[in-house]
Design a protein around this ligand. Structure first.
Ligand SMILES: Nc1ncnc2c1ncn2[C@@H]1O[C@H](COP(=O)(O)OP(=O)(O)O)[C@@H](O)[C@H]1O
Ligand SMILES: [Mg+2]
Length: 396
């Protein structure tokens, strides 16, 4: 409705019918006929050029028929609303037309009033639908989950990619942000061709962040880290804050993968996180690091949103219960050690939850994503037992 009128394209192989329809619409101030086409092919070409709000489409036409043209019109004019017009006796065709995406149909001959009412109704229903969708998007604010650890190689990226893929499989809109600015490997683990990255977003003046996301076949989108460490150096905490603010309205979840140190950029993401998954392998050498990390997070007043995920459980470490008791902190989720599947998933660039959903590793990774969609009551309880951490650090 560029100039305040509903712009209509008439498609019918009979010139007289087109002429009559044009006459019926002539005196309507809110409707304007912008073009006429005599077959489906011409209709698609004109729709592409004129981008009308609505197309009145006959069914039986030589060459490309109206049903096939209706089916394809979304490709050339995504906002155009097709209304099928057809002679009586073509009920079966009308059904097919609706399946092809027609918004309504009119049986010829129809009166001027019927035609005008149908166009207005289809148009206003669509306007209402779009405005609802806009509101829903405007009100959307993703839950931010940061996956962090005190040590490299413990499985942060494995957990972040599987969590994102798992959420996406549950029909949630997910953006996976790779904040490992120097050695990010999320695209590698998802077998994604790097088209654009955070560095391009930064370089181009940071407009329309959506255009810098890479789509994965599971539906999730990836905001890839810069390709070189030098480019990574250019991203500051302020940029991280800006990207999170801009990405939040675009998804239900932002999953953020991080490097293993408290850099300014990581700290910014931790600050803006709703949940921090602290990944730890339950072994003695790691214990000191995890304790130290919890201490820092506590001093930053972030202890309340930390949940510990024990990874590689069963790989010659100590028992999770023992680990938890040394930490004086509950372990929220445990993920078993499965070198074969983890390696296979990494080599093929397919998250374990997609590669082999039935494996015990995949099931525990999938459980983590389910906890964010429909939390298990017991597990929430474990999650709020966080004051233990405060007790732990209050002594100091
Ligand atoms: N549960 C697991 N069992 C076996 N190997 C794992 C498991 N989780 C991760 N790995 C492997 O450990 C290595 C490090 O994992 P990665 O996710 O890259 O860690 P980080 O991101 O913390 O550095 C990878 O080779 C990965 O395949
Ligand atoms: Mg990593």
């Amino acid at each position: 409705m560029a100039d305040g009128t509903i712009q209509v394209l008439i498609v019918d192989d009979v010139a007289e019918t087109r002429h009559n329809i044009r006459k019926l619409l002539e005196f309507e101030a809110d409707i304007c006929v912008v073009g006429e086409a005599a077959d489906g092919r011409e209709a698609l070409a004109l729709a592409k050029e004129l981008q009308p709000d609505c197309v009145l489409m006959d069914i039986n036409m030589p060459g490309l028929d109206g049903i096939s043209a209706t089916e394809r019109i979304y490709q050339v004019a995504p906002d155009c609303l097709p209304i099928v017009i057809s002679v009586q006796g073509e009920q079966e065709y009308l059904r097919k037309a609706m399946l092809a995406g027609a918004r309504d149909y009119l049986v010829k001959p129809f009166s001027g009033q019927e035609l005008v009412n149908t166009i207005r109704q289809v148009y206003s229903l669509e306007q209402a639908r779009r405005s609802l969708q806009k509101d829903a998007q405007a009100n959307r604010s993703a839950q931010v989950i940061v996956v962090f650890s005190a040590k490299g190689g413990v499985g942060k990226t494995t957990i972040a990619t599987n969590l994102a893929a798992g959420l996406s499989r549950q029909q949630r809109e997910v953006i996976l942000v790779d904040l490992d600015l120097q050695f990010g490997d999320v695209p590698l683990l998802l077998n994604l061709k790097l088209k654009r990255s955070m560095a391009d977003w930064h370089h181009d003046g940071r407009e329309a962040i959506e255009d810098y996301l890479i789509q994965h076949e599971s539906g999730l989108r990836v905001f890839a880290s810069p390709q070189t460490p030098e480019q990574g150096e250019l991203i500051t905490g302020e940029h991280v804050s800006q990207m999170i603010t801009e990405l939040k309205p675009l998804a239900d979840f932002l999953v953020i993968d991080t490097p293993q140190f408290f850099h300014e950029t990581t700290l910014q993401s931790l600050e803006l996180a709703d949940k921090i998954l602290l990944v730890a392998t339950p072994d003695l050498p790691n214990l000191k690091n995890v304790k130290c990390c919890l201490d820092v997070l506590s001093r930053l007043n972030m202890a309340g949103k930390v949940q510990i995920v024990a990874n590689k459980v069963g790989a010659n470490g100590i028992k999770v219960e023992q680990f938890s008791s040394y930490l004086q902190q509950p372990v929220w989720q445990r993920v078993p050690y499965d070198l074969k599947l983890a390696t296979q998933a990494a080599i093929q660039g397919i998250p374990a939850v997609m590669l082999n959903p039935r494996a015990s590793l995949s099931r525990s990774l999938a459980r983590i994503s389910r906890e964010f969609v429909e939390p298990h009551p017991g597990s929430r309880e474990a999650a709020v037992k966080v004051p233990l951490v405060r007790m732990l650090f209050a002594r100091r």
